[in-house]
Design a protein around this ligand. Structure first.
Ligand SMILES: Cc1ncc(COP(=O)(O)O)c(C=O)c1O
Length: 392
């Protein structure tokens, strides 16, 4: 790939594979080799690659109108909004549409500042919110942050899952708390069952805005439309992107009406947000999510995968964890060898830091495909284990 190697910015680690086609849980490379895809574009193809409802909606819209700025009304956007209203998180009333996860976080940061008139934010250790300057300020990993300091001031990080530590991090300058209901990039970390409820109580007691970042955990991935629904809380603001457009770039920041209404005309806008093509794709995606019984499959297939990995009984595995189809295998060693070995054998998995193998398969994955994933990843773990024992 001459241009991807020499012309495009050198910011992505590349797998030695050229993907050219996808359908459901499978993708094919340029040599015709088939893979079960548990990466799904880092969580985007949650409804399966080229979901027919999404493809059909895009085709129909592409022949009608591709762009329509937010300063005009548009029928595709209207339809999309009516569908977003069906899945909007309880506690929120309005939405701002953008084009990516980081943009939804930027919107949330501005909303918090405008509404609370305070600059302080508490985010979480191991949290990830994107890499634009505002979102990066809330992203924990020092390797991403340090080359770009100074970022937004007044951001503190509290250990994830520990409500008392969050409380200790809050001061008179704090206006908002940003938290992922299940941490994705940070290692597939599921918090203790009462944690989010305690965060909600703390935010209520201290008058803080509670922002849930569901860019990765949302849209059915964990077995409910929003992961926070497992924990019985309501957010003030919720960020959603990745799977929301069925493969097309779109982001939605949902907020309580009083919070969203704190933004005046012109204080926040974009060129592409709410464009007809992304909106049509999002409408198709929501139809698929609500009408094709996909959400239920997350718990079933997630259970099957987790059981399969747990039964590998490898003492190199520290823990198998996750929720629905957001799964992490925490290993006692660095996992790049496992990722490449699985790729070679036709299964694509992701990393989450240096030691966690992350799986974000689509809701459409079937038992046969899930069995292949367990078999291939299991064999890759055993292979790596063997190499390490031999080298020890
Ligand atoms: C929880 C979370 N928030 C925000 C983002 C940033 O999204 P994007 O890469 O679309 O900017 C991500 C991306 O992985 C994410 O997982």
């Amino acid at each position: 790939m001459k241009y991807e190697d020499s012309f495009i910015a050198n910011t992505f680690w590349k797998r030695p594979v050229t993907l050219v086609r996808g359908s459901g849980a499978k993708v094919w490379d340029s040599t015709g080799k088939e893979y079960v895809d548990c990466s799904c574009g880092y969580g985007v193809a949650l409804l399966g690659h080229c979901n027919p409802r999404v493809v059909e909606a895009i085709k129909r819209q592409a022949e009608k109108l591709l762009t329509c700025h937010g300063s005009f009304y548009n029928d595709a956007r209207e339809e999309c909004l009516s569908k977003l209203a069906k899945i909007k998180p309880d506690g929120t009333d309005k939405v701002f549409i953008s084009n990516s996860g980081a943009e939804t976080v930027e919107t949330a940061i501005k909303l918090c500042r405008k509404y609370t008139n305070k600059r302080g934010i508490v985010a979480m250790v191991n949290g990830y919110h994107g890499k634009t300057m505002g979102a990066l300020s809330l992203t924990w990993a020092p390797k991403y942050r340090e080359p770009f300091m100074p970022l937004l001031g007044d951001v503190k990080f509290a250990p994830y899952g520990k409500a008392e530590k969050l409380e200790a991090a809050i001061d008179e300058n704090t206006g908002a708390v940003f938290v992922e209901p299940v941490q994705g990039e940070g290692g597939i970390n599921v918090p203790p069952p009462d944690y989010l409820k305690r965060v909600r109580e703390i935010c209520d007691d201290k008058g803080l805005v509670m922002v849930l970042d569901e860019v990765q955990s949302g849209f059915g991935r964990t077995g409910k439309i929003w992961a926070h629904q497992h924990f019985g809380v309501k957010p003030d603001i919720l960020c959603s992107s990745k799977a929301l457009g069925g493969g097309m770039p779109i982001g939605a920041t949902f907020a309580r009406a009083d919070i969203m209404d704190s933004l005046k005309r012109g204080e926040h806008s974009n060129t592409f947000g709410g464009n007809p093509l992304a909106c049509a794709a999002c409408s198709g995606a929501i139809d698929a999510l609500l009408e094709d019984g996909l959400v239920e499959n997350a718990a079933k297939m997630g259970g099957l995968l987790k059981k399969g990995f747990s039964e590998l009984n490898s003492n190199m595995i520290r823990e198998v964890r996750g929720m629905g189809l957001m799964i992490g295998i925490d290993m006692r060693f660095e996992i790049m060898g496992i990722i490449l070995e699985a790729l070679d054998k036709g299964v694509i998995v992701l990393e989450s830091g240096k030691t966690v193998v992350r799986l974000l398969p689509p809701l459409t994955i079937n038992e046969h495909e899930a069995e292949k994933v367990v078999q291939v990843v299991g064999a890759a773990i055993k292979e790596e284990e063997k190499k390490r024992t031999a080298g020890a």
